[in-house]
Write a protein that binds this ligand. Sequence first.
Ligand code: IFM
Length: 454
Amino acid sequence: MPDPLPPDFRWGVATSAYQIEGATTADGRGPSIWDTFTHDGDHVADGTTGDVACDHYRRYREDVALLADLGVNAYRFSLAWPRIQPSGTGVGNPDGLAFYDRLVDSLLERGIDPVATLYHWDLPLTLQAAGGWTARETAYRFADYAAIVSAALGDRVRLWITLNEPAIHTIYGHFWGMHAPGLQLFDDPFPVAHHQLLGHGLAVAALRADSAAPVAIANNYSPAWAVGPDGERGSATDEDRAAADAYDAFHNRLYTDPLLLCRYPDGLHGFSGADRLAGENDLVRPGDLATISTWLDALGVNYYNPAGIGAPSWPGPLPYDMRLIEGFPTTYFGWPVVPDGLRDLLVSLRQRYAHVLPDMYVTESGCSYEDVPGPDGIFEDEDRIAYLSGHVDAVRAAVAAGVPVRGYFVWSLLDNFEWTEGFTKRFGLVHVDFATQRRTPKASYAWYRALIRA
Ligand code: IFM
């Protein structure tokens, strides 16, 4: 059977600035919310920070060589906003911009398309002090930042991603408070969501002022599976299914319907504060939805696993309970491995947004495993190979079913700083010894290289 993937399919890997760069005070970089969050309190499992991480800021040439050897034709990275605007406003910091200039040029020299994400959660601290994403002003500051980046790199970046996973940033960072900035806005998390989406829409226009490259967003999609208390779909009740619909509205549709359908989704009535998304008011102002739904070139899909959802068992702030899904192998994170979930997700996005769905990219797909080296020092990460192989097959199946997927990005090139898990969860195709910064490609790296070559 012929391969359904187009010949110009983008095979890539993805990273983000705070997770790999380190050098958090170098060359005028200002502090971000993740710098203070990791330094204050005990938010991170192993007590670590991203101060050094993979030291990519200084070792980027070595990492670009790894990319070239891997054979990817695209590399998704993020820019640290506080490197570009150390206090979140004003002119661009030349030294910060120069780093990304060098990175982009070295990628292009190796024939690798730079795919640049503007925001992967590292808000400049001064903007947080002014309200962060709870404040409408932050959306406008984000557009200013996008304009600076586009003017500097817009001639060479091949695909822009505005935001990474606004759902996770809202829910983990501003609802449960386990991510920076550590807020618990149980009564009304929706301004955080709305202002990120507004910032996205404003940034799309700002990017296009200086760049002809297509623009996308990378959303986290976690398909909602109604399951019974035993973790089986077969034992789900109508109440569990209603809870799953609420989860889907809150986690998935909230960040896609406004972009592609120019409206907020149904199904949010069980969430405190959601009435503010219905109609125009001091939060959703006239013209906001038109801005948010500014025409998009591509939709980025970050997929890891479906979410098991049941009816709420306690009167908490959410109208659903998270439940374990039974019957599937799990990663070291405990996440169920469900490759077919990716195919089903891509097909369902195609169905829901049939007439408006732009090109799609799987902008993140990956897994953490323990990755113990063999006696020869080789990391035979067969679990990761099986995981990735299944997910690539799922993409092939979706494309064969007519879904316009144009690329697949493995999360991640390197083991890196996994937020509240610190360095305890490894997602890389390349092992990093964080004491020595030695990089050692794992068996999955060789597997991915062979796949791309084939
Ligand atoms: O490491 C994260 C990344 O920053 C965002 N998407 C999920 C990854 C794995 O948890």
